[in-house]
Ligand binder design. Structure first.
Ligand code: ADP
Ligand code: MG
Length: 249
């Protein structure tokens, strides 16, 4: 579903990604792990078009999408969340999820402003389906809460629900469990499994090893922009190079 071919990214003299090649198959949960500064967020930014790679190509469903604009990619079925949650703090939780439907909104802007019957009907539909997504992530009770007043752990879930509103086939999550307490992590594991059961593919950047080990079919390990290892969770757990990367040797 997703292929990275010898992807590299330099910021001035800094090599953030160096010749990274791996792929993600349809229906898999693949976790991208590695110490801080390894290049994980940069890689998600390259895949989603926020950053153009210095060299190399990204293919999605066998099409070259290297350097495509983020809004185009969201229409082709790639959804994401950010390491630093990007929510509209003054808007309600429900409205933040509704925003995720925008790329798919069919009524044109004039119909929207004039509140034609068609636009109203579409908006009602979006409101209802957004509420269903809030149920899906367990936030339906908070639907009308102003997002800025939510605890951090729940803000992360609002972002996931909003990404799902775009109905992505491939979902990229950047440290979604960061700041969650251990019962929230367990809930989040269940949410990831449900997303996968819905037929979606997930590339997950995450530090919480319990989460990573329990949901991933495969792991990709980056260190200093280089691919250190790709394999099954149990293989990676026993990989000497990976162990020493994490111990900082
Ligand atoms: P990770 O997500 O694995 O912690 P990042 O992808 O955020 O790592 O960063 C990889 C390296 O690239 C770091 O050294 C970081 O400082 C650098 N970097 C990331 N984004 C930029 C940028 N926009 N400009 C310059 N350097 C950057
Ligand atoms: Mg990061």
């Amino acid at each position: 579903m997703l292929n990275l071919n010898e992807v590299g990214k330099q910021f001035g003299g800094l090599v953030a990604l160096n010749n990274v090649t791996f792929s993600v198959d349809q229906g898999e949960i693949v976790s991208l792990i590695g110490p801080n500064g390894a290049g994980k967020s940069t890689l998600l930014n390259v895949i989603t078009g926020f950053i153009k790679p210095t060299y190399g190509t990204v293919q999605y469903k066998e099409k070259d999408i290297t350097g495509s604009e983020p809004h185009r990619l969201s229409k082709t079925g790639i959804g994401r969340t950010f390491q630093i949650a990007k929510i509209f703090k003054q808007m309600s939780v429900l409205e933040n999820v509704m925003v995720g439907y925008f790329p798919r909104f069919k009524s044109d802007i004039f119909q929207g402003i004039l509140q034609t019957k068609h636009a109203r009907k579409e908006l009602n539909h979006i409101r209802e389906t957004s509420y269903e997504l809030l149920k899906f992530v367990g936030l339906e009770k908070e639907a009308d809460v102003i997002s800025g007043n939510l605890p951090y752990g729940k803000i992360r879930l609002v972002e996931v629900a909003r990404a799902l509103a775009g109905n992505p086939e491939l979902l990229l999550l950047d440290e979604p469990a960061c700041g969650l307490n251990s019962s929230e992590v367990l809930q989040f594991i269940e949410i990831l499994r449900k997303i996968q059961a819905d037929g979606k593919t997930i590339l997950l950047v995450e530090h919480d090893m319990r989460l990573v080990m329990s949901v991933s079919q495969r792991l990709v390990v980056l260190k200093n922009g280089e691919l250190l290892a790709v394999g099954l969770p149990k293989e990676i757990k026993e990989n000497e190079e990976v162990i020493s990367a994490y111990l900082g040797k």
